[in-house]
Design a protein around this ligand. Structure first.
Ligand SMILES: [Zn+2]
Length: 136
């Protein structure tokens, strides 16, 4: 059965970067223990590209890349907040920062853990949990 999707808005702290995403009624979010997620407190909600629409702030986004340089870490250049980015784990989609979302009360969030510190041995499990055909 296909979930009915709810539109949720989010963005950075200063309001320059705004987006909306389509979320199912039950959302799986992930803490990650890798160096950058620990440092900025990012909590992942993975969405497909078609579920994401940038509403404002394209010109305010600054990109940071490191290590394999696959992930595009996107920060608001005014307030420094990373509200979403293109993750190495899901390069065809986006990871949204749960902490930057205005969540509808209709949406239930389940928390999970991603061992991003040991990325190569954790990635298969994460990708199977976030498979687009089985959004959970
Ligand atoms: Zn900002």
């Amino acid at each position: 059965m296909i979930d009915e999707l709810t539109v949720c808005r989010g963005g950075c702290h200063c309001g320059a970067v705004r987006f909306e995403i389509d979320l199912p009624a039950r959302v799986q979010a992930f803490h990650c223990n890798c160096s950058i997620c620990r440092a900025c407190g990012f909590v992942h909600v993975f969405v497909a590209r078609k579920q994401f629409r940038l509403l404002a702030g394209a010109d305010e986004l600054t990109e940071y890349r490191f290590h394999t340089r696959t992930a595009k870490h996107l920060f608001c250049r005014i307030c420094g907040i990373k509200s979403f980015y293109v993750p190495r784990s899901h390069p065809d989609g986006f990871s949204i920062n749960l902490n930057c979302l205005e969540l509808s009360e209709r949406i239930e969030v389940q928390m999970g853990e991603f061992d991003g510190r040991h990325w190569s041995r954790s990635i298969a499990a994460l990708q199977s949990q976030t498979d687009e055909r089985h959004p959970r």
